[in-house]
Structures are given as structure tokens and as C-alpha cells.
Design a protein around this ligand. Structure first.
Ligand code: ZN
Ligand code: ZN
Length: 553
């Protein structure tokens, strides 16, 4: 690595929404930005969460000086509890970001010997080899930051997750003045959020959601209003509370993370509601429906969250029905559409009115669209650019946008997880690759790699086929008949014919091998497995998990 250069290693978040993590390196010292998790697709059977592959970092743990967090979302902080077991370094972030992170680290019982260092907006401090500046940005969680790393080759600017909301609920806008000044100083490399890079225009202000909620509440004075949103979206929660209080409703909080986050945000003076306006869910029936507003978790259809329980009639103290209106103040994250759809169906089944972002403007994204991204590029005018935080297509759109704003092709790189780039005074270049595959966590079984997951997919899709039988070693003949047993098969006529065919072909293959003098158990089982596999795969396009347990006597 050249002396006057900065290396960036992308460990997650480039090619998927989730598990954001990267490492910034100067003179051999490393600072990590974010350590997030990703939620699995429905076909990743038994997988609870997906982490970045931290091996590259763990091998260099002596050179890691700090972890810096941009904001408190799970896709930026959710993998901390795994990383800090091996890389115990100070963790920097805003009070709320650290509060959220710390809460989860304590739940996982790994918080005790960690160092948390709170930073203020606009603060500039020495972290490892860099001066790091924390620039306020608006996002769907309060107290989010962009990070400006002042390095030997110029500024490396990480946008964090952001939008340019000019009327944010807390008045804390993305600091475009400072961004412009940083642009003047010289941005050697911009790493920028690509989530909405495919979307033209500007993301609606969070305040517009409040207006929609107010109207919907006003139109329904007699009904109990139940609003589900992300528990970390403190500004959304504040707006729901404001609308409820304006209409003389009491607020009921449902869901563990909703209660915990509201408590933390009130303590940090980021959420304003008096204790007298909050009612315990046990006492909800003391109030007529028109005097209650429930704020709950579960807007993504999570099966264990409050909204799912309400939809199934499993929640204690509250049954929703024809007197209730449920508002899903959210947009399903890709992969969650099916679970959200099921919750909405169940609520309708209970006679409840349901409103969601598909029929009313009850949600606004936290990420910048093309108009805002153009403004950002114009303010910052980076010398080099790598799009981050997005699926591949989002990053392609973002790279095109950067080029259309005047950057030359050779100063824009589309990278993926595992890629390393080096930035110097002259430009940017790819400099290597490190392992960065998905690290799957199955809550009940621990770590998983691709192989067991592939087997689970095959089991789920094609079932299992077991071949048994017995062979007399001395005589070289089959003495216990070859049998096939299946799991997950439809045992109709078509399958029984197929199974007979498998049985006879396996028997024939075994006979042939025995005649050739083969007596080794594992070789004979391989013959059986291969014969069945070939027949099922080539002729019937089925790939069940195959097990052969032919015994040798
Ligand atoms: Zn994010
Ligand atoms: Zn975020």
C-alpha cells in the first residue's frame, strides 16, 4: 500500500440492503464504520440473521482503533454483539445511537467491558489515525451522522443514511452548509447512500406524514386508532403522539422495543410526552375507543411483535375489531411483503379497518432520492466516488448520477462486498479483495455456512430419499432387499412407479459393483446414491437430499 494513500475495505452493504460495515485504513491503522445485520429471505430456512464476514477484521484486531456508528438502525449496529467479542475497541456515536446499541448489547450480555464514547453534532475528534467530524443528517431515526474523515490525502466523506428534509420534526436539518464547506476543503472520496438512487424527485418530508395522520384521526373521532411503526422512528412516534393529544386521546404503547425506545428517547430529551398522557395497556378498557391511540411495533409483519399478536387476537388486554382503525405507518422492507400482507388480512378478518402506505400517505422514506443526491454531489464535489448502501442496481444508478454531475468514469467505482480500494492524490483504484460472504446465524444451531443451508433448501423443495439394504460380504450378494423410503413426497401412483424404478436401478447397480469385486461399504453406498441421484435428477428434475445406508455383513 502506497504511503500517501487511504485504503477502504467494504465488508457489507454493497449489493444488499443490510449488514453495513466498512474499514478505513491509513498507515496500517484501521477504523471501522458501522457493524450491521441483515434479515434473511424466506428461503434461507432457519436463518435468523445474516452478518458480515468479520474474519479479515479479526485477523487484524491489533490494528483496529475504533468502531464509529453513523446511526442506530439494526442494519448499522445489529452485528456489534458478534464483532465486539473479538474486536473490543471503543465505540463512538451519538447518545441515541449508543443508547440503542448498548441496549441490545446488554440484552446479549456482552456490554460489560465495552467503552462507549458519546459525540456531539459537529464535534471533531481524533479517532485512530484520523480526525473524524460528526455532521448532522436527517434520517428515519434521530441523531444520525455523516462522517468526515480528515486524512493525509484529503477528506473521506461517508454520507451515512440520510435525506435532505428541510422541515424535520426536531428542526435538526442535514448540515448542508458544512457539507459545502467540506466540499471547498476537498473531498478525496465520497461514499454515499444509494437506497433511493433509482427514484426520481425528492423524498417527502417526515412532516407530511403527520399531516396525513392528523386528517385520518380527525375523520374518525369515535374510533380507536392503532398505529404501527418502527420503534426506532422516534420522530414518527412523536407525530403520532402529537396528533393523539390534539384530539384528547391517551397514548398506549405496545411492544417491548417501543416501550424501551420511548423511555430512552424521553430520557435524552428527544421525545416529548408527559407521563400523565400515557396509559398502561392493562387499563385500556377504562377509556372509550375514541379516547385512545395505541402505538405499537410490528409494522413489518414480524410474527412475535405486537401488531401480529393483535391481528391474531393473541394480545393481552386488547382485542381489535370493528371499532378499531389500524394504520401501518411504514413500507414493507423487500422480503417482508408476504408477512405484512398476512397481518393485513387477519386484521380485516377481525372486522378492523386497515390503512397502509398503499392507500394513504402514511409513510415517508428516510433515504434521499435522485434530486437530493444531485444536490449532495453538487455541494460536496468529490474527486472520487463509490456508491454504498444499496442493491447492485441502486449503486449502478447512483454511479450514473455521479457521472452525469461531472465526475469522470475513472473516478467512479462500483464496488461489492469484499472489494478494497485505494485513494491517493491522483485517483482511486481497486487494490484487492477479502472474504465477505454471508455469515448466517441460526438462533438454535449457531453459525451456518452455505452447505447446510443448501441442504435445507433441497429438503424443503424436494424432500428426502433414503436407500437401505444389506449385503453379504463373503458371498457378494444382496441379502436384505434394497428399499427406498421418502419424506416430503406425495405418495401417489406416479411416485410409487418412480420409486420402484429407483429401487430396481439401485439394485442393478449394486449387483454390478459386487460382481466387479467391490465390497467396501462407503463405495457401495456411493454407487447407490449416485444411481438414484442421476435417475431422479436427469429424468425427473428432482433433487431430494439422498442418504444411502446399505449395511455390509
Ligand atoms: Zn441503513
Ligand atoms: Zn438507517
Amino acid at each position: 500500500m502506497a504511503k500517501e494513500s487511504i485504503r477502504v475495505t467494504f465488508l457489507g452493504g454493497l449489493g444488499e440492503i443490510g449488514r453495513n460495515c466498512l474499514a478505513l485504513e491509513q498507515n496500517g491503522r484501521i477504523v471501522v464504520v458501522d457493524a450491521g445485520l441483515m434479515f434473511p429471505e424466506p428461503t434461507m430456512y432457519g436463518v435468523d440473521i445474516i452478518l458480515p464476514d468479520f474474519r479479515w477484521l479479526i485477523e487484524r484486531r491489533d490494528r483496529v482503533d475504533a468502531i464509529v456508528l453513523t446511526h442506530g438502525h439494526e442494519d448499522h449496529t445489529g452485528a456489534l454483539r458478534y464483532l465486539v467479542k473479538d474486536v473490543n475497541v471503543p465505540i463512538y456515536g451519538s447518545a441515541l445511537t449508543l443508547g440503542f446499541a448498548r441496549h441490545r448489547l446488554s440484552e446479549a450480555k456482552v456490554a460489560h467491558d465495552l467503552t462507549f464514547i458519546e459525540v456531539e453534532d459537529h464535534e471533531r475528534r481524533r479517532i485512530g489515525p484520523f480526525e473524524v467530524e460528526f455532521i448532522p443528517v436527517t434520517h428515519s431515526v434521530p441523531s444520525a451522522h455523516a462522517l468526515a474523515f480528515h486524512t493525509s490525502v484529503g477528506i473521506v466523506l461517508h454520507s451515512g443514511d440520510f435525506k435532505l428534509d428541510l422541515t424535520p420534526i426536531d428542526g435538526r436539518r442535514t448540515d448542508v452548509t458544512r457539507l459545502a464547506a467540506i466540499g471547498e476543503e476537498g473531498v478525496a472520496l465520497l461514499l454515499c447512500d444509494s437506497t433511493n438512487a433509482e427514484e426520481p424527485g425528492f423524498t417527502a418530508s417526515e412532516r407530511s406524514v403527520g399531516a396525513a395522520l392528523r386528517r385520518l384521526f380527525l375523520e374518525r373521532p369515535e374510533r380507536r386508532m392503532v398505529v404501527a411503526c418502527f420503534a426506532s422512528h422516534i420522530h414518527r412516534v412523536q407525530q403520532i403522539i402529537n396528533v393523539a393529544l390534539e384530539q384528547k386521546r391517551k397514548v398506549v404503547l405496545m411492544g417491548r422495543s417501543m416501550e424501551a425506545n420511548v423511555k430512552l428517547a424521553r430520557k435524552l430529551n428527544l421525545l416529548h410526552v408527559s407521563t400523565a398522557d400515557i396509559v398502561d395497556v392493562e387499563n385500556i378498557d377504562r377509556y372509550p375507543p375514541g379516547e385512545i391511540c395505541v402505538i405499537c411495533t410490528g409494522s413489518q409483519g414480524e410474527p412475535l411483535a405486537a401488531l401480529s399478536k393483535l391481528s391474531r387476537g393473541d394480545a393481552r388486554f386488547l382485542k381489535v375489531g370493528p371499532d378499531d382503525t389500524v394504520i401501518l405507518s411504514s413500507h414493507p422492507i423487500p422480503g417482508n411483503e408476504w408477512s405484512v400482507g398476512r397481518v393485513i388480512d387477519d386484521l380485516h378478518r377481525a372486522g378492523t379497518e386497515v390503512i397502509h402506505s398503499g392507500n394513504e400517505p402514511v409513510h415517508a422514506s428516510g433515504h434521499a432520492r435522485q434530486g437530493e443526491l444531485r444536490t449532495y454531489h453538487q455541494l460536496v464535489r468529490p474527486r472520487n466516488f463509490v456508491p454504498v448502501h444499496g442493491e447492485y442496481r441502486h449503486m449502478v444508478h447512483h454511479a450514473d448520477l455521479a457521472i452525469s454531475m461531472g465526475l469522470k468514469h475513472n473516478h467512479v467505482l462500483i464496488c461489492e462486498d469484499g472489494d478494497q480500494v485505494e485513494v491517493s492524490a491522483t485517483g482511486i483504484r481497486r487494490s484487492g479483495q477479502v472474504p465477505a460472504g454471508f455469515h448466517y446465524i441460526d438462533g438454535s444451531a449457531g453459525d451456518l455456512d452455505e452447505r447446510p443451508l443448501e441442504e435445507r433448501r433441497m429438503l424443503a423443495e424436494y424432500g428426502l430419499l433414503l436407500i437401505t439394504g444389506g449385503i453379504d460380504k463373503d458371498r457378494g450378494v444382496i441379502v436384505e432387499p434394497v428399499r427406498v423410503t421418502t419424506r416430503g413426497w406425495f405418495e401417489g401412483e406416479r411416485d410409487s412407479e418412480l420409486l420402484e424404478l429407483v429401487t430396481s436401478q439401485v439394485r442393478e447397480a449394486l449387483d454390478n459393483s459386487l460382481r466387479d469385486g467391490e465390497r467396501d461399504a462407503s463405495s457401495l453406498n456411493k454407487v447407490a446414491q449416485r444411481t438414484a441421484g442421476r435417475l431422479l435428477g436427469q429424468k425427473y428434475r428432482r433433487q431430494p437430499v439422498l442418504l444411502a445406508a446399505v449395511s455390509i455383513f
